[in-house]
Design a protein around this ligand. Structure first.
Ligand SMILES: Nc1ncnc2c1ncn2[C@@H]1O[C@H](COP(=O)(O)OP(=O)(O)O)[C@@H](O)[C@H]1O
Ligand SMILES: [Mg+2]
Length: 304
């Protein structure tokens, strides 16, 4: 059996008879960046709150670092850093002073403050009052506080929400470095695939409280099916010719599109078309983008 940093079994949360999270089996391996994806209201924050011991599950189990969260809450959470929703700060204090307040609770050495400020790139701004910070800087300060206690696991709930493109880029670079440079496993939630696809190794897609996909991002890509498009001289006639050969195509202008990308099927079709006296000007394979596949999964769900 694989060692998982987070391993939930049939984890569920019910609010007034309605399931916000239903029978979730999350498997997050050590050292990976796990993208937890779903539309607004899908159940991401509810799941994360349960993982952090902030709310009680209605059913199921949570194991973190191989131990039951219900039985070892304090010792587990000491090794978990988190950023959930918008963190609150003392606006009139600077970054060092804000971190100092948390440092005392965690009881880590003072030098750790400089370290985490360096990691998130706030060293130069650390003496400025936080109320003058941009949203991106505030989020980075949030990551800095999450890192103060030297966590082995970082749980980030939509850390890029509300950030501008450059803020998103900075956040991405920061998170990407966590497993490699600091040996930290990361769970990051988002409602946008584009935000996590460049850093996550594994993705879990939650839809109406249920996990509809959980696998490597490479396997998600493999599922993005391709189609062929052919630009020909006489569209209508070729459409009919293909139909007689058992290929259902769609005609748009002089371009025919069909779902089969098999080499033999494609070369057979091209041969038939040419033999019947038509011309093939262009043959193109179109891969359905990962984004299209993702949106389809979020809408209809694909059970695995
Ligand atoms: N405290 C609560 N009481 C009742 N319903 C809730 C509560 N918190 C969340 N929900 C509901 O649970 C569902 C999942 O919400 P949430 O976990 O916040 O989704 P996400 O973070 O993916 O946007 C939503 O339908 C939401 O309305
Ligand atoms: Mg949420």
């Amino acid at each position: 059996m694989k060692d998982y940093v987070i391993d939930t079994g049939m984890l569920s949360k019910r609010y007034k008879g309605r399931y916000a999270v239903s029978n979730l089996n999350l498997k997050i391996a050590k050292g990976e960046i796990y993208g937890f994806l779903g539309q607004n209201g899908a159940g991401k924050t509810t799941t994360i709150r349960m993982l952090l011991g902030l709310i009680k599950p209605s059913g199921g189990s949570i194991r973190i670092f191989g131990q039951s969260l219900a039985k070892n809450r304090m010792s587990i959470l000491r090794k978990v850093g988190s950023l959930v929703e918008y963190p609150s700060y003392y606006g009139h204090l600077n970054a060092v002073e804000n971190l100092e307040a948390i440092r005392r609770i965690l009881d880590v050495p003072q030098s750790r403050i400089d370290e985490v400020l360096h990691i998130v790139g706030l060293t130069k701004e650390s003496k400025r009052a936080v109320k003058g910070y941009s949203l991106g800087m505030k989020q980075r300060l949030g990551i800095a506080s999450a890192l103060l206690g030297n966590p082995e696991l970082l749980i980030l709930d939509e850390p890029t929400n509300g950030l501008d493109p450059s803020g998103i880029l900075e956040m991405r670079e920061l998170i990407k470095a966590m497993p490699k440079q600091h040996g930290i496993t990361v769970l990051i939630s988002s409602h946008l695939l584009s935000e996590v696809e460049q850093m996550a190794s594994t993705v879990g897609i939650i839809r109406q409280g249920e996990l509809v996909f959980q696998d490597t991002i490479d396997n998600l890509r493999l599922q993005a099916q391709g189609s062929m498009s052919l630009r020909v001289s006489e569209g209508e006639q070729v459409l009919e010719l293909l139909r007689r050969n058992g290929i259902k195509a769609i005609l748009s202008g002089s371009t025919l599109t069909f779902d089969n990308t098999d080499d033999l099927v494609v070369s057979g079709a091209v041969n038939e078309i040419v033999r019947a006296g038509h011309s093939v000007y262009r043959v193109e394979e179109k891969r359905k983008s990962l984004e299209e596949l993702f949106l389809r999964m979020m809408e209809e769900g694909v059970n695995r």
